[in-house]
Design a protein around this ligand. Structure first.
Ligand code: ZN
Length: 275
């Protein structure tokens, strides 16, 4: 395997422009150096994926374009774009337990491949689960699953002794912007493309945090059905499960729900902002 690229000075910006090579208009949202060469990270209309392009290929422009076709909801999206079906998201918060491979394999056996899943990822999980991380990316390459990456923060701070307004991203004196940007940087160093999707650790946020993610051009995903909490999926709902070994109860409820519906009645959709 090739040595990881060195990504430095990764920072948030906001500059409209277009690509010299494709003549396509977009919005540059990050600037960084890859192996000492300057790059922009660009968002295009109707796509959730970031794309890195060399600085010399980007021409600044005053033409403002609309990037987000989805209706923005201030408390985060609980529903995906309206298509008949459901949106499956798997959280990989920091965990001492291994990736729940048995549940991933069961999804692959049960649903048509590739199974579209949103994976809410933290740098901390990647750091401590190298083999599981490779395994997950292999499933993606083998087209058994299709992953839309969701930024779930760099370290996912959590202190069970603190009230909810003083933990997760509300931890006092936490550099929250760094929490989002450092996860993007981790993904890029691992040759994975970030998307504009993010999920607040613990699903806990406040108005200031929401304003901040919006300024960073991220779209927060909430959950319509957090299975471990006994919530029941409704059509177009975003389903939340943990694939980090910490929520077997959620999976039990999920499969119970699936069997009740009958597999043929459940379509899993990809988290695309195509409407
Ligand atoms: Zn989490």
């Amino acid at each position: 395997m090739a040595f990881a690229d060195s990504i430095t000075q990764y920072q948030a910006i906001s500059k409209f422009g277009y690509s010299k090579t494709t003549q396509k208009h977009g919005l540059a949202i990050r600037h960084f150096f890859k192996n000492n060469q300057p790059y922009f990270m660009v968002l295009w209309p109707h796509s959730i994926d970031f794309q890195s392009i060399p600085e010399q290929n980007w021409i600044p422009s005053n033409k403002k374009i609309s990037i987000l076709p989805l209706n923005w909801t201030i408390d985060g999206l609980k529903y995906g774009p309206s298509q008949q079906g459901y949106y499956l998201t798997l959280d990989l918060c920091p965990s001492k337990k291994p990736l729940d491979k048995a549940q991933l394999n069961r999804l692959i056996d049960y649903f048509p491949n590739p199974v579209p899943v949103g994976v809410a990822i933290t740098s901390d999980w990647i750091k401590h689960h190298k083999e599981d991380w490779e395994f997950l990316n292999q499933l993606n390459t083998q087209k058994k699953i299709t992953i839309s990456w969701i930024n779930h923060s760099h370290t996912h701070p959590y202190d069970s002794k603190k009230p909810l307004n003083q933990t997760f991203l509300l931890t006092p004196s936490l550099n929250v912007e760094e929490q989002w940007l450092a996860l993007e940087k981790t993904l890029i160093e691992n040759n994975v493309t970030p998307t504009l999707l993010c999920r607040f650790p613990g699903l806990i946020s406040n108005e200031a945090l929401l304003k901040q993610v919006k300024a960073l051009h991220l779209v927060p995903l909430n959950a319509q059905a957090w299975m471990a909490k006994g919530e029941v999926p409704t059509v177009n709902g975003i389903i939340l499960l943990h694939a980090n070994g910490n929520e077997p109860e959620g999976w039990k409820r999920f499969w119970h729900w699936v069997e009740k519906q009958g597999t043929k009645n459940i379509t899993l959709n990809s988290l695309e902002l195509s409407q």
